[in-house]
Ligand binder design. Structure first.
Ligand code: 3PY
Ligand code: MG
Length: 262
C-alpha cells in the first residue's frame, strides 16, 4: 500500500517547503525527470491538462516508481472526478475552485471511505492493488494516507474562507493566484496589492487554524518569496521551468556569438 511522503512531510512540520511541479501533458518520462531532479511532488494536471484516465494512471505508476508523491489535479470537485483519480492510485487530489463549505465537505467525503466519507469502493482497481490487499486494512490505510488539497482561488471562496477552513479533513489549502486575480477583477496580475492582501488573509487564517498552505508560482524568485511568506508547499508549472531554461539557453548562446563577433 502506498505511503504518502508529502502528507508525512506536512504533518512533521519540518519548516521545509515541499516543492511540486504541475505536468499537464501525457509524459511518464517528464514525471520521472521531475522525480530525479529532486522535487517532492508531481501534480498530474487533469484540470487544464490534456490527459486521459489511462495517461493519469501511467503517470502515477511512473511517479511511484521514481519516488515522488503523485497528486492529481482533477477537473472539478464532482465526486465522480475525484473517485476516478483516487481509483487510479493518486496519493491525493488538488481540487480547483472550491468556493464554500458544502463543496469542501463534498471533497473530503469523495476522497475518504466510510465512516469518514462516501468514496465508492471497488477493490479491483489499482489503488487497492486489484483486490489483493486485505480489504479492512486497505480501507483504513487509504483513509489515513490520502491527501485533500483544495484550491482557494475565487472571490466567493474568500468570502467563505473561515467556513471553508473549519471543514475537518482538509490537509492543505492551495492558493491559485492566477484564478484568484482574475476572479477579483485583476486579470492575471498576481502581484496586485488587492490580490496580495487576499493571499495574506489566506495565510493568516489558515495558519491560525492549523491548516497547511500551498501556493503556485512562476519562477525561482517567486518560490523563494513564497517560502519567506511561510508556504508549506510551492508549485509551478513545468512549462514555466522549460520556457525559462529555453530562454536562458537561447539568449546565452546568442550573447556569446555577439561578443565573439565584436
Ligand atoms: C492558479 O493560479 O489559478 C492555479 O490554479 C495554479 O495552478
Ligand atoms: Mg487555478
Amino acid at each position: 500500500m502506498f505511503y504518502n511522503k508529502l502528507k508525512a512531510q506536512l504533518q512533521a512540520d519540518l519548516k521545509e517547503t515541499a516543492l511540486s511541479v504541475f505536468v499537464g501533458f501525457p509524459s511518464t518520462q517528464m514525471v520521472e525527470m521531475v522525480a530525479y531532479n529532486g522535487f517532492d511532488v508531481v501534480v498530474i494536471d487533469n484540470e487544464h491538462g490534456m490527459l486521459s484516465d489511462e495517461n493519469v494512471e501511467h503517470m502515477i505508476i511512473a511517479a511511484e516508481n521514481a519516488g515522488v508523491t503523485p497528486l492529481v489535479r482533477v477537473v472539478s470537485s464532482d465526486p465522480a472526478h475525484i473517485l476516478k483519480a483516487m481509483d487510479r492510485g493518486a496519493h491525493g487530489v488538488h481540487v480547483p475552485q472550491v468556493d464554500d463549505k458544502e463543496q469542501a465537505m463534498q471533497v473530503v467525503k469523495a476522497v475518504k471511505y466510510p465512516p469518514i466519507g462516501k468514496r465508492g469502493a471497488a477493490f479491483s482497481m489499482r489503488a487497492a492493488k486489484y483486490g489483493t490487499e486485505p480489504i479492512a486494512e486497505y480501507l483504513a490505510h487509504a483513509n489515513t494516507q490520502s491527501l485533500v488539497c483544495i484550491h482557494i482561488e475565487s472571490e466567493k471562496a474568500m468570502e467563505n474562507l473561515e467556513e471553508i477552513l473549519s471543514v475537518e479533513g482538509i490537509d492543505m489549502v492551495f492558493i491559485g493566484p492566477t484564478d484568484l486575480s482574475v476572479s477579483l477583477g485583476y486579470g492575471g496580475s498576481i502581484d496586485h496589492p488587492d490580490v496580495l492582501k487576499s493571499i495574506d488573509e489566506i495565510y493568516q487564517l489558515a495558519t491560525e487554524r492549523g491548516v497547511k498552505v500551498g501556493i503556485h508560482t512562476k519562477s525561482k524568485e517567486g518560490a523563494r518569496q513564497r517560502e519567506e511568506w511561510g508556504a508549506d508547499y510551492v508549485s509551478l508549472t513545468v512549462t514555466s521551468l522549460l520556457n525559462e531554461a529555453f530562454k536562458d539557453y537561447i539568449t546565452g548562446v546568442k550573447e556569446k556569438k555577439i561578443k565573439q563577433n565584436h
